[in-house]
Design a protein around this ligand. Structure first.
Ligand SMILES: *Cc1c(COP(=O)(O)O)cnc(C)c1O
Length: 381
């Protein structure tokens, strides 16, 4: 059989055909009115997706670069912060802090478990000199989403800033930055923003800008003040990834045409259909509060979790993601993020059913698709 590649991972995600084609256009110079127009239009549309009136800066880096930008521009070595470590990406906040001598206290949350704002409030009370709270909107290593609105209410009452990693969540699940009192929001382009990897986005609110003035962490490439000064001139301090910005503008045109509510509803439908499908196979979800970005599914008893991912990818070329260390083999992750349609969920569920049949799991083939179909059909519009 022709082996067709199906990308079902939570980043990078599939890219619309017209957006892919845009990368083949001749390169234009970045210090020109022609590029500045595209760049500023893109920036404006990113502000809409972020839900902010603040500047959104486009960085040429992967998402982690925006995480680093958040830290080095707001903090000084020796500052005390809280990091919510509920998975691989929460852990990364701590690792970046460590690299810059920022003193972090990790709030360790079991993978997939929720974390209520009341607990954060208590942590902040016990740490009055806390300068920042770092967390994820969508913890992509588990599929769980967190109560950013609640965290915003709690952190706003203190001197600390709330820094949210929306690298997989922004644009897929609501998180209006200004309304929810998020002080720094970061995102990346290769997930819900539907373009190839290579750009990261960041915005700072007023409370965070005040900290930028005194932050002493070393920085050069990721200097927010340089980015702000250059944005006022409709440009970037360094050469931007010209083609990616052009691609992002085209993908944002699709997002703008759907509207944010339309985009959130789309992800909700795909998430509902996926969850219904896997549950119909007798499988359990990992996340207590699963987001509509990806679905983490626990490996059923008696089945080798590594083999599920290997078979899905190797035999069926359905590129779901496995669980990362230290949870390898314990669950697997099916994304419904980026340029995915309803039938991509059917593909994912069918590939999963065929894989489980190969591995000897006891179920009725077709049950997952049977559960997902009505959800997709009834909300198809
Ligand atoms: C993908 C992801 C990252 C890392 O982004 P890179 O682009 O790989 O640097 C960080 N946080 C979350 C929540 C992610 O999903």
């Amino acid at each position: 059989m022709i082996k067709k590649y199906y990308l079902l991972s939570p980043g990078p995600t599939p890219v619309p055909e017209n957006v892919l084609a845009a990368a083949a256009e001749p390169i234009i110079h970045h210090r020109t009115p022609q590029f500045s127009k595209i760049f500023m239009d893109t920036t404006e549309m990113l502000k809409m997706v972020f839900g902010t009136k603040e500047d959104v800066f486009i960085l040429t880096s992967s998402g982690t670069g925006a995480m680093e930008t958040a830290i080095v521009n707001t903090l000084s070595p020796g500052d005390k912060v809280l990091t919510l470590n509920a998975g691989k990406f929460g852990e990364r906040w701590g690792n970046i802090c460590k690299a810059y001598g920022v003193v972090y206290k990790e709030i360790i949350v079991e993978w997939g478990k929720d974390y209520p704002k009341e607990k954060l409030e208590a942590e902040l009370k016990a740490m009055p000199d806390c300068k920042a709270v770092f967390c994820q909107l969508s913890e992509t290593s588990t599929g769980a989403v967190y109560d950013i609105k609640g965290f915003g209410e709690v952190v706003a009452k203190t001197d600390a800033i709330l820094v949210v990693d929306g690298i997989s969540g922004t644009g897929a699940t609501p998180c209006p930055m200004d309304e929810w009192k998020v002080d720094v929001m970061v995102s990346g382009c290769q997930k819900s923003f539907m373009i190839p990897p290579g750009l990261a986005y960041i915005a700072f609110g007023p409370k965070a800008w005040a900290m930028v003035e005194t932050a002493k962490c070393p920085k050069f490439y990721f200097d927010a003040k340089k980015a702000k000064k250059n944005l006022a001139d409709k440009t970037t301090p360094w050469t931007p990834a010209v083609s990616l910005v052009i691609q992002q503008k085209k993908a944002l045109d699709i997002i703008a045409a759907m509207g944010l509510d339309g985009l959130f509803a789309h992800h909700r439908i795909l998430g509902d259909a996926t969850r219904a499908g896997v549950r119909a196979l007798g499988l359990e979800l990992l996340a207590e509060k699963p987001g509509n970005i990806l679905t983490s599914v626990k490996t059923p008893a008696g089945i080798d979790g590594g083999k599920i991912v290997k078979t899905m990818q190797g035999k069926y070329m359905a590129y779901i993601a496995g669980a990362q260390d230290p949870m390898k083999g314990r669950f697997f992750r099916i994304a419904h993020l980026g340029y995915m349609g309803g039938f991509d969920i059917i593909t994912a569920l069918t590939a999963l059913e065929m894989t489980l049949a190969d591995l000897g799991y006891d179920f009725t083939p077709g049950d997952a698709v049977k559960a997902a179909e009505p959800i997709l059909r009834e909300s198809w519009s």
